[in-house]
Design a protein around this ligand. Sequence first.
Ligand SMILES: NC(=O)c1ccc[n+]([C@@H]2O[C@H](COP(=O)([O-])OP(=O)(O)OC[C@H]3O[C@@H](n4cnc5c(N)ncnc54)[C@H](O)[C@@H]3O)[C@@H](O)[C@H]2O)c1
Length: 348
Amino acid sequence: MKELSFFGNYKVKIVFTKEIFPLLKEKNQREKICITDENLYRIYGDRLEEIFGKNIFRISPGEKSKNMGVVLKILEFLCEKRVSRRGKIFGFGGGVVGDITGFVSGIYKRGIEFSLIPTSLISFVDSSIGGKCGINLKNCGKNYVGLFNHPSEIFFDFSLLSTLPQKEVNNGLFELIKYGFVLEKSILETFEGNLTQSELKKLIKISIQKKISVVIEDEKEMGIRKVLNFGHTFGHALEKVSNYSLYSHGEAVGLGMIYALILGKNLNITDEEYLKRGIYLIKKINGLKLKRKHRWENLLNSMSMDKKVDRENSLLFVLTPTPGNFLFKEINDFTILKKTYGEFLKWI
Ligand SMILES: NC(=O)c1ccc[n+]([C@@H]2O[C@H](COP(=O)([O-])OP(=O)(O)OC[C@H]3O[C@@H](n4cnc5c(N)ncnc54)[C@H](O)[C@@H]3O)[C@@H](O)[C@H]2O)c1
């Protein structure tokens, strides 16, 4: 077992292991509860039961579970199991399980300890790190209710990714390439070729390091951490206008990054060559398509409702002037956003 610990403002134990199940079994915790989803339970249920017995709460897979009803059921489950403040919750799953686990752990009895075992590519490279957790609010938007709450440990076991369906691998690749556009240009270079398993592993580790260093610098997203929202302003709006049913989070971010590249070009920030290369690399992941022509007014309305908007009548976009670099642009002239949407429809 290799253990890397990062201290400073971000004091979370990062563990890389090849034997997650024996490792969890060894953990000498009196009250251990696991939160996972039905898909993962189907694959790993026997192994999890060896560790957690009947203390396993299963949610339905996917975004729709990020709601208060599910949170309430988990809180009641914890109460029925008489979990005390010394108990500990283990979130075994992707970003949805992780976001819910962190939220529930933060509010049950005013907070109990939790650990994360990411199982999807998105949770490896992004969601497990940084302490953001929460749920969606139906008429308002993504992750509208939540906390900054860090796990005590994150266990990364690459072998868990072997059961991830290709569609979900692609979703993670969108979040991974994001780091290439705004923080680490070598990631884009690797995406030019055919990504091998060992290259992917290397990119995952780079992303984990990048995310941790951004979070250490700006835990509460008052400044530089906003860079990780590249593609998310438009992406979240797409997710919301389609009621979280047409696009996965990764696909929405992929489309959002294309929108941000075109917006950059329209603002003379991103040059034509970089725009074309960027769109090519994003589409190379899975031939991304817009599933419906969404009404511009609805998209704009959703972007304005996003919880990341902190000033009335202006929207903050993360743009990329050159590979691996970023800048923030506050936009209050919405005509350029509408024009960009028109061009976006032609590009995809
Ligand atoms: N907290 C953060 O900082 C942060 C950052 C990025 C994304 N997110 C959130 O993460 C969520 C998206 O993450 P996600 O794509 O991991 O979602 P997810 O948890 O729904 O997982 C995607 C699908 O993959 C399946 N799956 C996961 N691991 C598997 C495995 N090893 N084998 C087989 N199937 C597996 C799940 O059952 C699910 O069907 C969104 O809700 C997004 O808002 C949060």
